[in-house]
Ligand binder design. Structure first.
Ligand code: SF4
Length: 421
């Protein structure tokens, strides 16, 4: 039996070059597939789908922005008589939409139900929907099938997921909806075995919030120290509040953290329930993280209820002044299933229904204090200013630890400021 797993892409983003991460979600799906199934992974970020290749069943994962392309791919396979199973964040949130283009939809995490999908397919009894009543345990998880992306040009295949979910419930975030309002983590010994299995020195811990349980995070960081790896991950700003965690992160090789600041207005943070962030302590927290040689890639949301042109300009100034290594000025995107979408829908403020526009860069709702165009222009302007040469120089001199890596990343990101992604 031949299984083709596919990552769809709306439009090839050549600027990404070799900076794409390997598709860990599908590598996990492959790991929970029975061993007698022949599996290939096709990732449209870096390769083209061969619809003529003989396959028995196709699995497609998709986020919202790529879902139209995912449906196109699914329709094409189904025209050829191939069964299609869809999964991932968007199909899990809107399974009745996804089933219009597929034979089965996996709702939520694949582990625990994927083997049933394969069994039912083999018996000719594929069901429409599969979902697990309980969240899968992360103990003894099979390692993602890195062998299936061997030789493909990714920034790294050394992506490890050590936790799933997040205990917080920010109103704009899709994480809690998909993984549940739980925070589950793999035993540290399992993560370390996976670290030991990797080639190379650099690791991306793809967790949504590696520090949501500080005790467990510290155990992990401590266990990593002897391996002398370099790693990056995502965390809340709470990292700065825990001196021991910060010191252990540095000692274990942490080069950088992606941190969601979202806003420098406490009112806005309260409205989106970003309970971890306090504006009054942000500067100190950032300094403490930088003092430990850890770079910060910050994320801000443009278009919150308190936002106007001036507040967004202040946000841009703040990001430059704080010498962030990189920044994302995401336009508020009311993804399906989020609390913020329900609020905006109730107020009749959703102006765009084309899912391909739900890409974190396009304004798809009516902002409160600006026109959609003003907000769109501000997001583009802020991005261009942040990655302008004067800003890059200001943020990198005098150089901090890992400045060269940061500089290279900035030059790459600069290339996107003239392109819509
Ligand atoms: S803290 Fe981060 S991952 Fe957790 S719900 Fe908020 S935005 Fe999502």
């Amino acid at each position: 039996m031949k299984l083709e797993l596919i990552v769809p892409v709306k439009r090839k983003q050549n600027w990404r070059g070799n900076y794409q991460l390997a598709p860990i979600g599908l590598m996990y799906v492959a790991a929970s597939t029975p061993p007698d199934v022949e599996i290939t992974i096709t990732d449209e970020h870096i390769e083209t789908i061969n619809f003529d290749k003989p396959v028995d069943i196709v699995g497609i994962t998709s986020m919202t922005a790529e879902i139209n392309r995912a449906y196109e791919i699914a329709d094409e396979y189904r025209k050829r008589g191939v069964k299609v199973v869809m999964g991932g964040i968007h199909p899990s949130t809107l399974p009745h939409e996804a089933i219009q283009h597929s034979d089965a939809v996996v709702i939520g995490e694949a582990e625990g139900v994927w083997q049933n999908v394969i069994k039912d397919f083999r018996n000719g009894g594929l069901k429409k929907f599969y979902s697990s009543k309980i969240r899968p345990s992360l103990d003894n998880m099979a390692f993602p099938r890195r062998d299936l992306v061997k030789g493909k040009k990714y920034l790294t295949k050394n992506i490890i997921q050590t936790t799933r979910g997040c205990p917080f419930s920010c109103t704009f975030c899709t994480v809690t909806n998909f993984f549940g309002n739980t925070y589950r983590y793999r035993p540290v010994k399992d993560v370390i075995s996976e670290v030991e299995s990797l080639d190379g020195n650099f690791i991306v811990f793809i967790d949504d919030n590696i520090l949501a349980n500080p005790k467990r995070a510290k155990e992990l960081f401590t266990a990593l120290i002897p391996y002398k790896k370099r790693w990056v991950s995502q965390s809340s700003i709470n990292l700065a509040k825990d001196k021991e965690a910060l010191a252990l992160a540095e000692k274990s090789g942490c080069m950088g953290m992606f941190i969601g600041f979202e806003s420098i207005s406490q009112e806005s943070l309260k409205a989106i329930k970003k309970s971890t962030n306090q504006v009054s302590s942000m500067r100190d927290s950032i300094k403490r993280i930088h003092d430990h040689g850890i770079l910060i890639e910050g994320a801000f949301i443009f278009g919150l209820e308190e936002d106007n042109r001036d507040s967004l300009l202040r946000t841009l100034d703040f990001a430059v002044e704080m010498r962030f290594s990189a920044v994302n000025f995401f336009v508020l995107t009311p993804f399906p299933g989020t609390q913020i979408r329900a609020e905006l829908e109730k107020e009749g403020r959703i102006i765009e229904k084309d899912w391909s526009r739900y890409n974190n860069f396009t304004v798809v709702f009516k902002p409160k204090n600006m026109t959609p165009k003003e907000l769109q222009d501000m997001a583009i302007f802020a991005k261009q200013q942040f990655y302008s040469y004067p800003s890059i120089i200001k943020r990198h001199f005098p150089p901090k630890k890992h400045a060269l890596a940061s500089l290279g990343y900035n030059l790459l990101r600069r290339r996107t400021t003239t392109k819509r992604t």
